[in-house]
Design a protein around this ligand. Structure first.
Ligand code: ATP
Length: 380
């Protein structure tokens, strides 16, 4: 029962599709993963992340597409023949076996010689820093320690690919941060290739070399953390990348890549992140940290007058929720504490406002001769 070769150069997912009955959970995922890459599959609950991971692992048969490890087609192989390492949210350890024995189990199944099992298990225990706990049972350890055992158990097999499904979601915030660093360290020091499923954009951005954002089984965007952060391809990706303010608006005018948009009872100049024309319905995305509380008389390419509803202290900053005359909410991060009920004037630079075609709106549908824009440099 040995797995696939560890030293492949690319893993290609070609049109990966999986339906349940008539419902498509994953629709045509294409991705070429290089050996040593850390890929995050990111998206809200039900977007098809786990389905994708389970298809890659061989736990779910594909209903379309194929998986190629270099020139070998592997999607017909059962999970044990693929030999990919799996780490789940619920650890899935054997409760009656010690840490050592849990980690040794897969090697024993593969009939690895005893002396080699001993040295590889010891090395794996060292890697995840569980030396003092080697003889304990899983139930005698914290969630973070159990997840370390699960990771050691996966990597001790030297798998060609490690698949992780929300491995940190059962841990508290502090431990999550620590384990995040740990996972990245192990990935690098062992030269692993990792696919990591999460709904947490911060986790995905900090861990992955590239992210795949999914929605309703469809790929929305593939790119490096920086590409997704700076040039999200649509409002959905922007929402995931921290554009908490997404305002509905209508384009009044387009000049090069700058679009003047009527929104929130005022107008804003923003940067078009897709093809938009005068008359189009759009969504304008602004990060809370890109809005500035200005003096009452200040004017800018965007000025929003709002009334403060909620102020949350968040360490160095305050997260402020305010409402405008139309009733819509605006989220701002600021270093100065405004008082609840006070009036504030908000401004933002045009290049910090991204203008996306509204969902379901054919690009330039109400075009009146204005210039069509090319999409911002978005990597696929
Ligand atoms: P979560 O983060 O909540 O696990 P996810 O992004 O991993 O969500 P999936 O578990 O992949 O989403 O599910 C994608 C879609 O497929 C959902 O609509 C889900 O209801 C459906 N689905 C998943 N597994 C099955 C199944 N065994 N039978 C029927 N439908 C399923």
């Amino acid at each position: 029962m040995t797995g696939l070769k560890e030293d492949f150069s690319t893993l290609r997912l070609e049109g990966l599709t999986r339906s349940f009955g008539g419902q498509t959970a994953l629709n045509g995922l294409d991705l070429t993963i290089k050996h040593g890459e850390f890929i995050a599959l990111l998206g809200p609950s039900g977007c098809g992340k786990s389905t994708a991971l389970n298809c890659i692992a061989g736990l779910l048969p594909l209903t379309g597409g194929r998986i190629m490890l270099d020139d070998q087609q592997v999607d017909q192989l059962p999970p044990e023949k693929r030999g990919f390492g799996m780490v789940f949210q619920n650890y899935a350890l054997f409760p009656h076996l010690s840490v050592q024995k849990n980690i040794a189990f897969g090697l024993q199944m593969r009939k690895v010689p005893r002396a080699e099992i001993k040295s590889r298990v010891a090395e794996a225990i060292d890697l995840v820093q569980l030396g003092p706990h080697a003889k304990k049972l899983p139930g005698q350890m914290s969630g973070g320690q159990q997840q370390r055992v699960a990771i050691a158990r996966a990597v001790v097999l030297r798998p060609p690919l490690v698949l992780m499904d929300e491995p940190l979601s059962n841990l508290d915030a502090k431990l999550r941060l620590e384990m995040r660093t740990e996972i990245r360290r192990l990935h690098q020091s062992l030269g692993l290739t990792t696919i990591y499923v999460t709904h947490d954009q911060e986790e995905a951005l900090s861990l992955a070399d590239r992210l795949v954002v999914l929605r309703g089984g469809e790929v929305q965007q593939v790119g490096t953390p920086q590409e997704l952060h700076e040039t999200p391809t649509n409002a959905h990706v922007a929402d995931f990348m921290g554009y908490r303010n997404l305002f509905d608006g209508v384009v009044e005018q387009v000049d090069g890549r700058t679009a003047k948009v009527a929104l929130l009872g005022t107008t804003a100049h923003g940067t078009a992140a897709g093809p938009v024309a005068a008359g189009d319905r759009v969504q304008a995305g602004i990060r809370p940290e890109d809005l500035t509380i200005a003096d009452a008389g200040a004017s800018s390419t965007l000025t929003i007058d709002a009334t403060v509803d909620v102020v949350e202290y968040q360490g160095r900053e305050f997260a402020v929720e305010a409402h405008v005359g139309t009733g819509e909410s605006v989220h701002v991060r600021t270093s100065e504490r405004p008082s609840v009920g006070s009036s504030i004037r908000l401004t933002a630079d045009a290049h910090r406002i991204l203008v996306f075609p509204a969902e379901g709106e054919p690009a330039g549908s109400k075009a009146d001769g204005s210039v069509k824009l090319e999409t911002a440099g978005v990597a696929r």
